[in-house]
Design a protein. Structure first.
Ligand code: SF4
Length: 468
């Protein structure tokens, strides 16, 4: 596992969220249960006061200390410091020790303090946890340059945001390009339409997954052989069988109806022909999602997208929205909004449960996100690789001029603490990129705001200041 340079506030944020780890054990193999996390201590001494934990069959009350690595107890000079006498558990993220030495056991007043190495018990990769946490800054989040940046002219800030927003557009395009190059290497071809359609399909599905099923949808899309579907000229019912079956969503269904029976029957035939690698139903998240975001609803939409992509030139029509349209934003949005799911999914969120009201399979907000994170970078890449300068100009015009009414935790907090209001997609994207790639990485030295505010030698340890 690559050791990210996480600061203690960040590790604390992981520690406080049980969802990120399970099956905790001390370094000597004893099971640990957290009964009470205690209270965050903002003064000197251990990080959490009055916590309660159970180790094997014994309950302990006292303090918990969080560290980046095993060596920190000694590097921070806690040994012999009375303020740490009540520590009942040391939580370290990495098992990094002194070169050639050992930091265990930690002993205070002849008492061994149990240690947990948190990175060994994570429920998902640290990179995924990192992404989730930085996308949801806590209420304590504070930029190192706040409130001092008020003195900097907002036109200068906006100019810098424009610059950063282009880095973000490039960043997204590079990601798509890497996938494109990979696909081109596999089939030994260059610039084939089917590979463009494939990346369009894959990353749109990722965006359809919303926050809880993004990875699942990307994984799923990677298992679908679009060209095989095209050659076999599958109809919508057959594509639905292939999609729901591959996703594992046809297994253990509680309900029965004609549609489900037909889908299962098709699936038996199709899986013989396509031999897809299937997913497990348990991989999909339904919990705490609004029904319109359920993987089943989104999957039905993915089927329609697939059909339009393979049999109705959806990719070409998206390019036309930039090249020919007088109102790109409207036409592009309509292109996605007008995709029709099959009849069953117009009144079902899940298998077997009919609802009376007509279901809107996708909303304008989701389409806006797809346009921002998939269509724009894709068109930017496409126009660059095919040397279509007019198209590229239209793509960047769209990026800089289309209003962005959407907000998320990052844009909200960044707008507030930088004292600016994002008025276009590019400005919102610039704020997100600035936050993710400069602020939380402590790169104030590379930021035009930071350069004006912090003299090199007095640049604060920014990662210590930003609170998660
Ligand atoms: S990177 Fe720039 S905007 Fe972010 S905290 Fe540092 S100075 Fe402020």
């Amino acid at each position: 596992m690559k050791k990210l340079n996480l600061n203690e506030n960040f590790i604390s944020r992981i520690w406080r969220d049980k969802m990120y780890y399970k099956g905790l054990k001390t370094t000597d193999g004893r099971e640990v249960e957290i009964l009470d996390y205690g209270i965050v201590n903002k003064d000197s001494g251990a990080d959490y006061k009055n916590a309660r934990i159970k180790i094997e069959n014994s309950v302990f009350s006292g303090d918990i200390e969080i560290h980046r690595s095993l060596r920190d107890w000694f590097l921070h000079n806690h040994k012999g410091d009375g303020k740490y006498n009540k520590v009942i558990l040391q939580v370290v993220f990495w098992d990094e020790d002194f070169p050639g030495g050992t930091s265990l056991p930690v002993v205070m007043k002849s008492r061994e303090i149990p240690t947990v190495i948190l990175s060994e018990f994570l429920t998902k990769s640290i990179h995924d946890i990192w992404k989730e946490i930085i996308n949801n800054p806590s209420k304590d989040f504070k930029l190192p340059c706040f409130p001092g940046n008020e003195k900097i002219d907002s036109a200068q800030k906006k100019e810098w945001l424009r610059n950063v927003s282009m880095k973000r557009l490039n960043y997204h395009s590079v990601r798509l390009n890497q996938r494109l190059e990979f696909l081109e290497e596999i089939d030994g071809s260059k610039r084939k339409k089917c590979n463009w359609e494939r990346i369009f399909f894959e990353y749109t599905l990722e965006a359809l997954g919303y926050s809880k099923n993004k990875e699942q949808f990307l994984k799923f899309a990677g298992k679908i052989e679009l060209e095989k579907i095209r050659k076999a000229k599958l109809n919508i019912g057959e594509i639905e069988s292939l999609f729901f079956g591959t996703a594992g969503l046809l297994s253990n269904l509680k309900y029965k109806d004609d549609y489900i029976e037909q889908l299962k029957e098709n699936w038996e035939k199709i899986k013989e022909k396509f031999k897809p690698e299937t997913m497990n139903k348990a991989e999909w998240n339904f919990f705490r999602l609004r029904p319109q975001n359920f993987p089943t609803t989104r999957m039905a939409y993915a089927v329609s997208l697939c059909r339009e992509m393979l049999f109705s030139g959806f990719f070409r029509r998206a390019v036309f929205c930039f090249e020919k349209s007088k109102n790109t934003n409207k036409d592009l949005t309509d292109l996605f909004l007008n995709l029709q799911v099959s009849e069953y999914w117009r009144n079902h969120y899940v298998f077997g449960k009919k609802v009376n009201s007509g279901i809107k399979s996708i909303g304008a907000d989701r389409v806006h996100e797809i346009n921002t994170n998939v269509v724009l970078p894709l068109m930017y890449l496409y126009s660059g690789l095919f040397d279509k300068s007019d198209l590229r100009e239209k793509v960047t015009d769209y990026y800089f001029s289309v209003k962005d009414k959407s907000e998320n935790e990052i844009t909200r907090v960044m707008q507030k603490q930088l004292g600016i209001k994002a008025s276009s997609i590019s400005e919102s994207q610039g704020l997100i990129h600035l936050h993710n790639f400069y602020c939380v990485k402590g790169k104030c030295d590379d930021c035009s705001i930071g350069k004006q505010m912090f003299k090199k030698e007095s640049n604060p340890g920014v990662l210590k200041i930003i609170l998660y």
